[in-house]
Design a protein around this ligand. Sequence first.
Ligand code: UDP
Length: 234
Amino acid sequence: MSKMLYEGKAKKIFSTEKPNEIIVYYKDDATALNGLKKGTIVDKGIMNNTITSFFFELLGKNGIPHHQIRKISDREALCKKVAIIPMEVVTRNIVAGGLAKKMGVEEGYVLKRPLVEFYYKNDELGDPMINADYAEAFGFATDDQVDCMKGYALKINDILKEFLLARKLQLIDFKLEFGVDEEGKVILADEITPDTSRLWDLDTGEKLDKDRFRRDLGGVEEAYREVIRRITDQ
Ligand code: UDP
């Protein structure tokens, strides 16, 4: 019998008969502004399961180890159980969101090289920004694990950026989470979706991601559907 181990903002995690495998269930719930703004994006769970499965398969083929075993239904994916490292790894190519304000530049400013940032995953504290020293000092991850996450983040950025560009999508930024598997290896976990990335149409600059929900731009479901259409050529 499977039981719910954890419920997050966008997903639920269930146990399986195997102690080292879990089921991730994708919900339609959407939150923004650190949980202050709540809503539903119709069929988001189905779309995000499809998009994450697609990207994890693509990354796996390109040598990135990840936790997903396979998609098992519309909203569910079978995954390896990992100990999640409590850090969000954000990689940026173009300035958007919080960074534009912080650095006093316009959204759309093209960075001279990709920027990797770390945040401590803690809703109560509003996910404060940290650096590699914090990770080791607070016991979140070792220096080697941080180097490993940064290396994977940059490689994932190269793979996704090129893949998306060919489909007329600009990868502005994205957030990753990593976990430690049974063997002690750092592997990619969580999701890669328009909830956790910014994707702009290459020609028009139209936003095809969760900023449509955050900023009440409308056409949220259509944007997610368009991302699926472009990445799967459907
Ligand atoms: N992001 C995320 N979860 C978070 C914070 C950010 O998935 O808790 C993603 C977000 O969707 C974007 C990138 O990380 O693709 C950078 O977000 P930013 O720090 O600019 O967040 P903002 O200040 O715009 O909320």
